[in-house]
Design a protein around this ligand. Structure first.
Ligand code: GLU
Length: 489
C-alpha cells in the first residue's frame, strides 16, 4: 500500500507504536488458559471456546486521488455460540490479524460477562484515517462494508459491527446505508446491522458515552465495596481519589468526565500520544477538552504541567490508573515502576499477561477490560433491541408514568395539606426518557456483573485475581451454551 502524506498539519503518524511484546492473542490465550485450569471443563470444550471460529482476511481496492490503493482488512468471528456476533471495527495503521483475533476473543467474554446474548467479533482495516479526506474514508468504509455483505459477515442476525479505535458514528451510518442498499428494502431490520449510529440514523441516546460511563459505574461500584478493598489496603469511596487517565479519546474523555462530575474523583493526569498533562491538585476535564478543541492537543494546557512523553504518567503515584488507549501499554518493562493501587482497564488488553504477574505480586487491584469496558457493547445491545423493535425506549410509557406520578403527588398534597415546590414537582413527575433508561440499564448491568464476578471469586478458592474470576464467569456461560446446544454431551 502506498504511503499517504498526512492531511492535517498536526496529524500523527499514529498513537503509540506497537511495542515488541508478547503477541496480543497469545496474551489473551494465556489468561484464558489460567482461568480454564481452575474449571472442570473437558479440554476439547475449552479449545473450542478459545479458538477463533472464522477469520475473514481480505484486500480491497479503492480509487484514491486518481490512483488505486489496496487496503488490508479483517473481520473475525471468535465465537458463534450465540448469534449475532458483535464487536467494533478498528481503523488503524497498526491493525493486524493477531490484534483483531485477540479483540474478537475479548468480545466473546465481554458479552458473556454482561449478559449480552451475542458471540464475539471484531473487524479492522489497516489504514490511518488521518491521512484521508472524509470522502475517501467514506469510499473505504463502504467498500469494506460491501465485502462483509458479500461474504455474509454482517447482518442483524449474523454479525453486527460497532465503532472502535479510529471509527465512530459517521462510519457506522455509512455502513448501515451500504447494508440497506444491498438488502434493497427487503430486510425490515436492516438498521440493526450495525450499532453506534447517529441518533437520526437509528442510534440510541447514551451510546457515545457508554464505554466511559460504564468505566465510571464499574469503578464507583468497586470502590463502594469496603470488604473487597481491604485486602488491597484501599479506602472505600470514589470521591477524592487521585486518578490518572491514559487516552483522551471517546472512552478516556467520558470516563474522566463522569468520574469527576458524578463521582468527585480528582483527575491529576491525562496522557495522550503526543504528551501528557499533570496537576496534583486536579484538572477540570471540560477545560482540558476545550483546550484540545482549540489547540489540537492537550499539551500546553496552562493549568497543568506538560510532559513530553505521556507514557511517563503511567508510572506516577495515584489511587487509580485508567489506561483507556490501546493494548500492550503496561508491559514487563514498566510494570515494576507502576505505583497505582488500582488499574481500571478502559482499553482492551492494556496489560500484557506477563506484566500482570508483576502487578499482582505488588498487590495491585486490576479491574479487567472484559468487565470494565463492557458498557459500550451493553448499550450497543440496547441499540440493537431498539432497532429490531422499531420504537424509541420510553415512547409508550413516559407520559403514562408522568400521569400516575402526578395523581400521586396531588393525593399527597391533598392528604397532607402541604404543597410541593415547582422544582420538587418537576423532579418527582418527570418520566424516564430514552437516555434515562439507557443509563439506568447500563448502571444495573455493571453493578450486577461486578457482583456476579466477585461472588464467583469468593466461592472458588483457586481463583486469585479478578481477571481470572471474570474469565471463569464468561467461560461458564459460553460452556453452558455449547453443552445445551448438544455439541458436547
Ligand atoms: N468496540 C467496542 C468494544 O470493544 C464496542 C463493541 C460493540 O459495541 O459492539 O467493546
Amino acid at each position: 500500500m502506498a504511503k499517504r502524506a498526512s492531511l492535517k498539519s498536526a496529524a500523527r503518524t499514529e498513537t503509540l507504536a506497537k511495542p515488541s511484546v508478547i503477541p496480543f492473542f497469545k496474551s489473551v490465550e494465556e489468561n484464558f488458559n489460567k482461568a480454564v485450569a481452575v474449571t472442570k471443563y473437558p479440554q476439547g470444550l475449552a479449545d473450542q471456546i478459545r479458538v477463533c471460529n472464522s477469520v475473514y482476511y481480505f484486500q480491497f481496492p479503492v480509487r484514491i486521488r486518481g490512483e488505486i490503493e489496496v487496503f488490508e482488512a479483517w473481520r473475525v468471528e471468535h465465537s458463534q455460540h450465540k448469534l449475532p456476533c458483535k464487536g467494533g471495527i478498528r481503523f488503524s495503521e497498526l491493525v493486524d490479524q493477531d490484534e483483531v483475533m485477540a479483540l474478537a476473543a475479548l468480545m466473546t467474554f465481554k458479552c458473556a460477562i454482561v449478559h449480552v446474548p451475542f458471540g464475539g467479533a471484531k473487524g479492522g482495516v489497516k489504514v490511518n484515517p488521518h491521512n484521508y479526506t472524509t470522502e475517501e474514508l467514506e469510499r473505504i468504509t463502504r467498500r469494506y462494508a460491501s465485502q462483509l455483505v458479500q461474504k455474509n459477515f454482517i447482518g442483524p442476525s449474523v454479525d453486527v459491527p460497532a465503532p472502535d479505535y479510529g471509527t465512530g458514528e459517521r462510519e457506522m451510518a455509512w455502513i448501515a446505508d451500504t447494508y440497506a442498499t444491498f438488502t434493497s428494502g427487503e430486510d425490515i431490520n436492516a438498521m440493526a446491522c450495525v450499532t453506534g449510529k447517529p441518533i437520526a440514523q437509528g442510534g440510541v441516546r447514551g451510546r457515545k458515552e457508554a464505554t466511559g460511563l460504564g468505566v465510571f459505574y464499574g469503578l464507583r461500584h468497586a470502590l463502594s465495596k469496603s470488604k473487597d478493598l481491604k485486602r488491597y489496603g484501599i479506602e472505600a469511596g470514589i470521591a477524592g481519589k487521585k486518578i490518572i487517565i491514559q487516552g483522551f479519546g471517546n472512552v478516556g474523555y467520558h470516563a474522566a468526565k463522569f468520574i469527576q462530575e458524578e463521582g468527585d474523583g480528582i483527575i491529576i493526569g491525562v496522557a495522550e500520544w503526543d504528551g501528557g498533562v499533570y496537576n496534583p491538585k486536579g484538572i477540570i476535564v471540560e477545560e482540558l477538552a476545550e483546550w484540545r478543541r482549540e489547540n489540537g492537543s492537550i499539551t500546553g494546557f496552562p493549568k497543568a504541567k506538560t510532559l513530553k512523553r505521556g507514557a511517563q504518567l503511567l508510572e506516577y503515584a495515584c489511587d487509580v490508573l485508567v489506561p483507556a488507549a490501546l493494548e500492550n501499554q503496561i508491559t514487563i518493562r514498566n510494570a515494576p515502576r507502576i505505583k497505582a493501587k488500582i488499574i481500571a482497564e478502559g482499553a482492551n488488553g492494556p496489560i500484557t499477561s506477563q506484566a500482570e504477574h508483576i502487578l499482582l505480586d505488588k498487590g495491585v487491584f486490576i479491574l479487567p477490560d472484559m468487565y470494565l469496558n463492557a458498557g459500550g457493547v451493553t448499550v450497543s445491545y440496547f441499540e440493537w433491541l431498539k432497532n429490531i423493535s422499531h420504537i424509541r425506549f420510553g415512547r409508550m410509557g413516559k407520559r403514562f408514568d408522568e400521569g400516575v406520578q402526578k395523581r400521586m403527588i396531588d393525593s399527597i398534597e391533598s392528604l397532607t395539606g402541604k404543597m410541593f415546590s415547582d422544582k420538587e414537582r418537576k423532579m418527582l413527575m418527570t418520566g424516564a426518557g430514552e437516555r434515562d433508561l439507557v443509563y439506568s440499564g447500563l448502571e444495573d448491568t455493571m453493578m450486577f456483573a461486578y457482583d456476579e464476578i466477585m461472588d464467583l471469586w469468593r466461592a472458588n478458592k483457586k481463583v486469585k485475581d479478578m481477571r481470572t474470576a471474570a474469565y471463569v464467569s464468561a467461560i461458564d456461560k459460553v460452556a453452558t451454551a455449547y453443552m445445551q446446544l448438544g455439541l458436547f454431551p
